[in-house]
Design a protein around this ligand. Structure first.
Ligand code: AMP
Length: 226
């Protein structure tokens, strides 16, 4: 059985963190458009360079580019059981293209999990975010700091701030979200597949709520011991 899930929500809502855990606990693949762009940039590809020019300004990469990248990615064998979409779709055009492509293969979006977080919390969440260069673990200098500043607790790697996470770019990314992505809440609500989850609650609570919302579609494995 194929299950496709979208994690919807503003930058800083916790989509990446939640998607990672959900993927570990289900047979679904985590497909994050932002991660794919950052990987392309590390590899120095044309796609990466193009995406960077938009990402650095907090703008959206053009629909056609993102849509082609994602539709190609979900053809890979690891996506056969289904996908957790993180950061995609972000516009109505992207949502329509995704729906049409899945329908062409007898698939559909089964559920959209909308992580709601009050605006005032989002800026600190984004601008305080730090990521480990070595293992990708994420921290937040306000809410979840590493024990030693700038050093990853898990592997001792160096922490860095994403170039599009500065306060100014973060604010712009939020504005772009409100204008271009928020209409998708209503779009999926009308389809009867939207589940709103309080993204301000603690990480494990949010993850359990997500699994509950998906329980009718999924076979899950128990939470790994900490
Ligand atoms: P994220 O890691 O999801 O916060 O994405 C980082 C940046 O990548 C965004 O600010 C955009 O510039 C670009 N990006 C990621 N996903 C999309 C998308 N679905 N549509 C357009 N641009 C995107």
């Amino acid at each position: 059985m194929t299950t496709n899930v979208i994690l919807l929500g503003p930058p800083g809502a916790g989509k990446g963190t939640q998607a990672k855990t959900l993927a570990e606990r289900t047979s679904l693949s985590h497909v994050a458009s932002g991660d794919l762009f950052r990987a392309a940039l590390r590899e120095g590809t044309e796609l990466g360079m193009l995406a960077k020019s938009y990402m650095d300004r907090g703008e959206l990469v053009p629909d056609e580019v993102v849509i082609n990248m994602i539709l190609e990615r979900i053809q890979a064998p690891d996506c056969l059981a289904g996908v957790i979409f993180d950061g995609f779709p972000r516009t109505r055009e992207q949502a329509v293209a995704l729906g049409e492509s899945l329908a062409a293969h007898d698939g559909k979006i089964d559920a959209v999990l909308y992580l709601s977080v009050p605006n005032e919390v989002l800026l600190r969440r984004i601008a305080g975010r730090q990521t480990c260069k070595t293992c990708g673990a994420t921290y937040n200098i306000y809410y979840f700091p590493s024990h030693r500043p700038g050093i990853c607790d898990a592997c001792g790697g160096k922490l860095y701030q994403r170039s599009d996470d500065s306060m100014e770019t973060a604010q712009h990314r939020l504005d772009v979200y409100f204008e271009q992505t928020m209409p998708l809440i209503e779009y999926y609500q009308r389809q009867g597949i939207l589940h709103e989850i309080d993204g301000q609650r603690e990480i494990t609570w949010v993850n359990e709520e997500m699994l509950k919302a998906l329980s009718q579609y999924l076979v899950t494995s128990p939470q790994p011991e900490e």
